[in-house]
Design a protein around this ligand. Sequence first.
Ligand code: HEC
Ligand code: HEC
Ligand code: HEC
Ligand code: HEC
Length: 200
Amino acid sequence: MNINRTAWLGAATLAVLATTASAQIVNTKHNFSSMAWSGGEICKPCHTPHFAMKEAGALWNHELTTATYLMWEGEGTAETDLDKRSRLCLSCHDGTVALDSFGGMTGTSFITATANMGLDLEDDHPIGRDAVYPVEGSSRFNPANTLPSTMRLRDWTDENGVIQKVVSCGTCHTAHGRGFPYLLNISNSASAMCLECHIK
Ligand code: HEC
Ligand code: HEC
Ligand code: HEC
Ligand code: HEC
């Protein structure tokens, strides 16, 4: 009797955990499984278990952008001036690579409206090369080690081959969602996220 009850509770707990795990991306705009081009899958437009693009990391499956951008400090390219994670995001969000260009296929559906950030990144929060953190010589930023663990700075290799810690799309957002609006890593209620870095 006790054993059965424990087994049942165990199963129930697993069921709850499973729901929590999938509830994250399933209920976000990154769940493309209802699009005909996704083949009904959630992860596949971005990841694959085999034959991934090794240099991109994260078992990446989506064609990478090779765009040139207008950045805060002048022209910059996806390959050299962004951290790797921001490049993954812009591989859909700069509007140059189709959403359904993955797994070696060349697609035809492009991102639209305000989710399309385009090639002008000067009207967006600085990332990659433009956002080495904290800013040298400025006392207007909190120390990096006070950032919440989900708001990770990312590596970017500068022109001298030195690895710098930078603000990335992935510092503020997660691709999978954590229950906060706009796929943010923490709540930005009362601008809490901005104040994690900026002393204002
Ligand atoms: C819209 C694109 C997208 C979709 C869809 C997506 N991911 Fe990801 N995933 C990413 C990106 C981008 C990263 C790299 C995140 C980072 O390190 O900043 C990542 C990282 C990961 C990682 C490694 C690091 C981590 O955050 O744990 C795992 C594991 C992962 N994804 C699993 C999944 C699974 C499983 C699915 C499907 C249920 C999925 N992802 C769907 C974009 C996506
Ligand atoms: C496979 C293509 C793809 C990749 C890769 C991708 N996105 Fe998206 N993303 C989309 C699409 C499509 C939408 C929905 C746009 C719409 O609603 O029209 C979206 C929506 C969003 C939204 C808005 C969410 C909301 O609730 O309004 C955010 C924020 C976002 N993406 C950030 C990211 C970040 C950060 C990354 C990298 C970690 C990333 N995306 C990678 C395709 C992608
Ligand atoms: C410094 C933090 C920060 C960085 C870095 C950042 N975002 Fe955002 N993003 C936000 C916040 C906060 C919002 C919520 C909407 C708002 O406040 O305007 C947002 C909103 C969005 C939206 C929804 C726009 C809309 O109107 O539907 C998309 C898409 C998005 N971000 C993608 C990205 C991508 C891709 C990158 C990297 C190129 C990125 N973000 C970098 C903080 C950030
Ligand atoms: C992870 C740290 C971090 C977060 C979070 C963050 N910022 Fe920033 N922000 C930076 C860095 C780094 C720069 C680049 C500063 C530089 O090089 O001068 C910057 C630059 C700026 C600038 C100045 C752009 C210019 O004119 O040079 C503004 C405005 C700004 N951020 C607003 C925001 C807002 C609003 C939020 C919240 C949505 C936010 N930031 C979140 C780190 C951050």
